[in-house]
Design a protein around this ligand. Structure first.
Ligand SMILES: [Zn+2]
Length: 458
């Protein structure tokens, strides 16, 4: 699998961001604990969490008993391996709020995730959980340049989704001002950004692209908006997409990661060195495992992230399988934070393809396509096994302005795509160029893969 480029130096003054803005500030000394101090704190909190889950959550009491483990069996952090995993299905089976560790009247908030299939799942917070969540969001926002005095435009949905309210509380904790624009009505977002002059944009990376396109269509050059930097999260994205967004707006873009089952945004985020997202390990115990064997992967290898909450009151979660593929970097970071850094999420275990023994993610194909000028990111990956070998065809839609009647030009474009895909994935594929607007469009999540090998097996 292609490596992640790591920045050796902090973000340089860039666009409208000055050296003063980029100064490394650390909100809490707990972000810089030595490994020894951190592990002692983690163990104490893990023991409390397992005891609470065992005593108060019937699902965990049953699971732990089935595994033959009691709260007293957790004597070192390595004993985490004896605990059962938690999956999205466990949350669905205990719908709507069967995994609470506190009485309902102690709740302060309920959030949920829609999921693309089936029932939503709900997560709950006590007042203390909400305070913790705000502090954790404030930590990564501070690591990424946010200061009192900034004006922050939040274009995340405010609702059951954790993005809007989570980041809102984090920005308030930092002491900055907020334009709670919420998502949707993109022309109005452009007007607000232009007229109110926010310094900071918070949303999903794909929505930032949308805002830039709509701004340009309305005659406003995105780079002329006063925005200085942005915090993006809520979906996987690539380094190339970051470069495109930074160039379009003339900003610095920081990455952050979270999921509602664990707390929402605030699980990890980038510092100004941008060499991975520091996981807030005093609140979350992380593992990186092989999704098939569930054993830890070798240090630095890609695997599925698994999190255990260490301080959640309302809904403690043991060993939650995120399905997100990433890798961990324990080398020291120049910012002084000691939290292990996770790479950007390169894919999900549920969309990983194994092609002739090589793990390939649709996001890698997308990354390769974005590197080749002249192709829109509309594509379809078809996998088949006509004989004994896997064959992959990638259909790529050409943008209208790049479409040419000259065979030689189209052939050159196809060869470049072929080379880029091979360089990113290590796999040879057949590239087919198709005319503009011929691939099917989807209102929600786009269907990017047709795996005929799977259909045949069923
Ligand atoms: Zn750092």
């Amino acid at each position: 699998m292609a490596g992640v480029r790591l920045a050796a130096r902090p973000v340089a003054p860039h666009g409208k961001l000055t050296a003063f803005d980029l100064e490394n500030r650390i909100l809490s000394p707990d972000e810089c604990l030595s490994r020894c101090e951190l592990e002692a704190l983690q163990l104490a909190r893990l023991r409390q969490t397992v005891a609470r889950a065992y005593e108060r959550v019937p699902h965990y009491r049953d699971c732990l008993r089935r595994h033959g483990v009691g709260p007293d069996d957790v004597r070192s952090l390595n004993d985490i391996a004896r605990l059962p995993f938690t999956t999205k299905d466990d949350l669905r089976d205990n719908y709507p709020l069967g995994m609470l560790a506190v009485p309902r009247e102690n709740l302060a908030r309920v959030h949920g995730s829609s999921g693309t299939t089936g029932k939503p799942t709900f997560v709950a917070y006590t007042r203390t959980d909400l305070d913790t969540w705000a502090r954790l969001c404030a930590r990564f926002l501070t690591a990424g340049c946010l200061r009192p005095g900034h004006l922050v435009h939040i274009a995340f949905g405010y609702g059951l989704f954790t993005g809007g309210f989570g980041l809102h509380a984090g920005v308030e904790h930092v002491g900055a001002a907020i334009v709670p624009a919420a998502s949707g009505n993109t022309p109005r977002q452009v007007t607000l950004l232009h007229d109110l002059g926010a310094d900071v944009l918070i949303c999903t990376p794909s929505y930032a692209v949308n805002i830039a396109e709509v701004a340009a269509a309305e005659g406003i050059e995105p780079s002329e908006l006063p925005l200085k930097f942005a915090h993006f999260g809520g979906e996987p994205w690539t380094e190339d997409m970051r470069a495109q967004i930074e160039q379009a707006f003339g900003i610095v873009a920081f990455d952050n990661y979270g999921l509602s089952e664990i707390i929402g945004p605030g699980v990890s985020g980038e510092c100004v060195y941008r060499c991975g997202m520091h996981i807030q390990e005093d609140h979350f115990l992380v593992e990186c495992v092989d999704p098939d064997t569930l054993e830890p992967v070798a240090e630095g290898d890609y695997g599925e992230l698994v999190f255990t909450t260490l301080t959640k009151e309302a809904m403690p979660i043991l060993r939650y399988r995120t399905r997100d593929i990433s890798r961990l970097d324990r080398s020291p970071c120049a910012c002084g934070r000691t939290g292990v850094r996770m790479s950007r999420v390169v894919g999900r275990t549920d969309d990983m393809l194994i092609i002739r023994g090589v793990n390939v993610f649709p996001s890698q194909i997308e990354e390769a396509l974005l590197r080749v000028e002249g192709t829109a990111p509309q594509y379809l990956i078809e996998v088949d096994r006509p004989g004994s070998l896997d064959e992959v065809t990638v259909r790529v839609e050409i943008r209208p302005q790049d479409f040419s009647d000259k065979m030689s030009q189209m052939q050159a474009l196809r060869d470049r795509i072929d080379r880029e895909i091979h360089s990113v994935t290590g796999v040879r594929v057949t590239v087919e160029l198709v005319e503009p607007l011929t691939l099917e469009r989807y209102a929600g999540k786009a269907r990017r893969v047709i795996d005929r090998r799977v259909t045949r097996l069923q």
